[in-house]
Design a protein around this ligand. Structure first.
Ligand code: SF4
Ligand code: SF4
Length: 445
């Protein structure tokens, strides 16, 4: 376990091949998401910004607030089930192609390490040797670059919370920079020392793999039937494993895929490319490949099975609910409450007056300034006085709303009313009550 015996340091050999080229494309796409998205502006706001202080989410031209909690919960639920669905079909492809830990290690850390300290054998040799000036110089250069990568990636991540323009120009708050420091320290520790141990001992996703996968899930596997017995005379000609150990040397998790499926495997396909290279030179196919347990046992793989059908059904239901909620969502917030300390007042002209506080927030960043109109239903002959309300995107205002009604005897003490707040594109209906006071309404009541 992690602290029960000495760490066996892994020195993965560099490797290239079709799968590594595919991984580099996904790495590029993910880097674009991380480094470019926070700089894109839509309607005067970042394309994606979690403004925790104002409790707002800016997402591709829309603003979501605490009133949209259900929408956000449904989105999280959708993402969770999408991960279950994807994992049940494709196993740990996320780990090998999309996880930030894998992406940063393979895109930055290992290439920098190789550039400064050389490939596997030289690194192993140098680490076993004494601390010379050359070793100190190389380690210092490597760790400095690792620290730089840790800070840059942490800044990029925090840009989604503090705003890229503010964060990268020194205009964010001390809390934001403190968080960058904490994230950068964690990443630095991971780059310098923790690495594959994170997948093996900490990552929760790796822990519940066995509950999400079955024998029809895509895995990376060694072809025992074709590869064994490994080595010996004739192995090269017959396409058996030549025991070159290259698949082990390239593995960043330090495992031997020929021992069978292991939870430590992050499906990075480095062993597939390594063996593809070795066996390709001998005129044979790779002995390590993407397959399923069912296939390795000579059965057909079933992509449609009870668990994938259930996940697909749940995803469809959640997506439909989410789209329905989004379509009926009002792009502004409004609340009405009785003005403090006032139930009702009888004016000099005999009219009964109730005063409220109406708060409106414009959450539509695409329409510019919007006018809001207030009407009241549910009480006949009501005279409504509200200030003209025009709000710029994200602007909030609280205004007094005064409702006056002629003194009549046919009204109960409390009349339920509807306050309708309309913008040019949508309307929100708020429930409130109008207090008449018994003595002025129905003598003797
Ligand atoms: S066994 Fe192969 S796919 Fe799994 S982690 Fe090692 S190199 Fe990557
Ligand atoms: S790379 Fe292929 S041939 Fe070499 S040890 Fe691994 S499985 Fe055998």
């Amino acid at each position: 376990m992690l602290f029960s015996h000495a760490r066996r340091w892994v020195y993965p050999l560099s490797v290239d091949g079709w799968h590594q080229r595919m991984r580099r494309w996904t790495f590029l796409a993910l880097h674009l998401v991380l480094f470019v998205t926070p700089w894109i502006m839509i309607g005067g706001h970042p394309a994606l910004l979690f403004d925790l202080e104002a409790r707002r989410l800016y997402a591709f031209g829309s603003i979501f607030t605490a009133a949209d909690t259900l929408l956000l919960l449904l989105l999280l639920l959708f993402l969770a089930f999408a991960l279950f669905f994807f994992t049940s079909l494709y196993g740990r492809l996320w780990c090998g192609y999309g996880c930030p830990q894998t992406v940063f290690l393979d895109a930055w850390i290992r290439p920098l390490e190789r550039w400064i300290e050389g490939d596997r054998a030289r690194r192993q040799q140098r680490d076993l040797g004494p601390w010379t000036f050359d070793k100190v110089r190389r380690k210092a250069a490597k760790w400095t670059l690792f620290a730089l990568v840790a800070v840059i990636t942490s800044m990029a991540f925090m840009s989604f919370f503090a705003g890229a323009r503010e964060l990268w120009t020194g205009r964010a708050g001390p809390v934001e920079y403190a968080l960058v420091g904490i994230f950068a320290a964690a990443w630095f520790l991971d780059f310098v020392w923790f690495r594959e141990q994170f997948c093996n001992y900490v990552c929760p996703y790796a822990r519940f793999q066995s509950a999400l996968t079955d024998e029809d899930t895509l895995i990376i596997s060694y072809d025992t039937a074709r590869g064994e017995p490994r080595g010996g005379l004739g192995a090269r000609e017959e396409g058996r494993c030549i025991a070159c150990n290259k698949c082990v040397a390239v593995c960043p998790q330090g495992i031997d895929i020929r021992d069978g499926f292991q939870l430590e495997c992050v499906a990075c396909a480095r062993c597939v490319d390594a063996c593809g290279d070795v066996m390709g030179r001998l005129g044979h196919e790779s002995l390590v490949r993407y397959t399923t347990l069912a296939e390795t046992q000579g059965r057909r793989t079933h992509w449609i099975r009870p668990r994938t059908v259930v996940y697909a059904g749940l995803l469809t239901g959640i997506a439909a609910a989410w789209i329905g909620l989004l379509a009926t969502r009002t792009p502004f917030e409004a609340t009405v409450s009785r003005a403090p300390g006032s139930l009702f007042t009888v004016d000099a002209d005999g009219e009964v007056r109730n005063t409220y506080l109406l708060s409106i927030t414009n959450n539509d960043p695409r329409q510019g300034e919007l006018p809001f109109v207030v009407r009241v239903d549910g009480i006949e002959g009501a005279e409504v006085t509200a200030q003209e309300i025009r709000l710029a995107p994200t602007e909030s205002r609280t205004v007094p709303l005064v409702i006056r009604v002629r003194n009549r005897t046919d009204l109960p003490r409390t009349v339920p009313i509807k306050v309708r707040v309309s913008s040019p594109r949508s309307e929100m209906v708020l429930d409130a009550t109008f207090k008449t006071g018994g003595s002025i309404v129905s003598p003797g009541s």
